[in-house]
Design a protein around this ligand. Structure first.
Ligand code: BG6
Length: 490
């Protein structure tokens, strides 16, 4: 199957942090793939900005080198020249007022429909760069700004960043990326819910026993210790990715698949989350930190050793039980968990339906398990509906839990684009449906802040877990206390 490519008009994309990790690992590969698919028009310019004193040839060579693995995938030996010619470079320290003239000259006199500024930098620079972009006269009515999570480290700092960006850019010009929203299966969740008659009538607490959202990573902090030490799993993953997934699972049907309708519904979910604070955090949350163990068969050090801080109390694992106080969801817990150095990389959403009220089958038929809908985001995108079916053959009625299995790779037989490919093209096309609005980000922090406060008030350190295991035993107990268990069927 061939996906449909709609070409986008030429645009100028200015990437602050143009030599950084995000640009090299995610943004340029995504842009090259869109180029190779014929989506980028001639006269498109991608302007890297960073402090490093590179000339354009050195910059292009550096980016070309990063892109080699992608070329190998597509059977090419070199980055195509027309793509390299789209790349430009400006050496500029965006955290000071001087030296902006070269970028100004570069952007002056060109009038592509869209000018987008991507701030692939630390969030504490967002406000000041937005201010400078405004002061330097670089912001046109069709300009856009793209910022990455985490936006701030609590509600107050997020507000300050949003205020500073908002003083220069109107809300509709601001694209706050949560790359989980660009993942194919996450978008499929909306198709599954709102393009099929089957699930939506059952999508409520009368039929759904509980919901589980797991984002497990096998990697550790990968050289990002300095950032991670001040973030931790709650800020790094739960405040954004996991809460966004929860919103999409739990929201009411939006009036239309359109930015503000979808975001209005997500916001209502965030506002309905029951508070977790010092009064109940011990019962509803578990935080952990990995210690030395093995990952994918190799011995790995513990987190504290990795970041060189023996006293570190940063959590690399969080499990929590969230409840949504609404007519649809009261009585259906949402179990969330995420962690680094877990046994494997798996992100999935499990909708566990209620047990049948009565079994007509004899005990020999076997235990009747819940119907579960498992939506796998990665690594093998797909949807499985686990049902009880009769084991084939003569010899009585024996029931088995088996999946109706739809693997996207097999069904669609096309390459699954990286989230950034979709999201970058959405920015250029002006489609903000998969981006976070200011009020969503702030509402998410308002729910997260009391959890942090509760943790810092308690004297407990994160519970240790051995790298390569599923986190502290307490996270299993969190679910088992309720007579349930984390999904183990794959
Ligand atoms: C990022 C986090 O937002 O998401 C990282 O900062 C994490 O810590 C990453 O590793 C996970 O993204 P993905 O797409 O690999 O699941």
């Amino acid at each position: 199957m061939v996906s449909r490519i709609v070409k986008v008009d030429p645009f100028d994309l200015v990437v602050f942090g143009g030599t950084g990790d995000l640009a090299r690992r995610k943004l340029y590969p995504a842009l090259l793939r869109r180029f190779l698919d014929g989506q980028l028009a001639e006269r498109t310019r991608i302007i890297g900005v960073s402090r490093q004193p590179l000339d354009i040839d050195a910059y292009r060579a550096r980016i070309a080198e990063t892109l080699l693995p992608i070329l190998h995938e597509s059977g090419k030996a070199e980055v195509p020249d027309p793509f390299l010619r789209m790349l430009d470079y400006v050496a500029l320290d965006a955290t000071v007022d001087s030296g902006w003239d070269r970028l100004q000259r570069m952007l002056d006199g060109t009038s592509p429909a869209v000018r987008a500024f991507y701030l692939a930098m630390a969030p504490d620079t967002f406000g000041q760069i937005a201010t400078r972009l405004g002061a330097q006269g670089l912001v046109t009515p069709t300009s856009r700004i793209i910022v990455e999570k985490p936006i701030g480290r609590d509600a107050a700092s997020a507000k300050a960043i949003n205020d500073a960006i908002g003083a220069v850019f109107a809300e509709h010009q601001i694209y706050r990326i949560d790359h989980y929203l660009g993942k194919e299966t996450v978008q499929n969740l909306m198709a599954l819910r709102f393009a099929n008659a089957l699930f939506e009538p059952l999508w409520n607490s009368s039929h759904v026993d509980h919901i589980e959202i797991t984002v497990a990573e096998s990697i550790g902090v990968e050289g990002r210790g300095a950032y991670y030490e001040h973030a931790g799993a709650l800020r790094d993953m739960v405040q954004n990715h996991l809460l966004q997934l929860l919103c999409l699972v739990a929201m009411e049907p939006p009036a239309a698949f359109e930015a503000d309708s979808v975001r209005d519904e997500k916001l209502k979910v965030l506002k309905s989350l029951a508070t977790i604070d010092a009064s109940n955090a011990a019962a509803l949350t578990v935080r952990g930190q990995y210690c030395a163990g093995a990952s994918m068969g190799e011995a790995v050090p513990g987190y504290a050793q990795e970041v060189g801080n023996k006293e570190s109390t940063t959590e690399t694992f969080v499990a929590l039980k969230a409840e949504i106080a609404s007519w649809r969801w009261a009585g259906t817990p949402f179990y969330l968990r995420t962690g680094k150095r877990l046994p494997r990389r798996i992100s999935e959403i499990v909708i566990a339906f209620r047990e049948i009220p009565h079994s007509i089958f004899a005990a020999e038929a076997g235990r009747i398990k819940r119907t579960r809908l498992v939506i796998t985001l990665q690594p093998d995108e797909g949807i499985k509906l686990w049902l009880m079916l009769k084991e084939p053959g003569a010899g009585g009625m024996r029931l088995r839990h088996v999946p109706l299995d739809m693997s996207f790779a097999e069904t669609f037989a096309i390459y699954t684009p990286d989230a950034y490919e979709r999201l970058l093209m959405d920015v250029i096309r002006g489609n903000a449906t998969l981006f976070m609005r200011r009020d969503e980000v702030e509402a998410a922090w308002h729910w997260i802040d009391p959890i942090h406060q509760a943790w810092s008030l308690s004297n407990d350190a994160p519970r240790p877990y051995i790298a390569g295991t599923w986190g502290p035993a307490a996270s299993i107990a969190l679910v088992e206390r309720d007579g349930r268990s984390w999904n183990e069927e794959t």
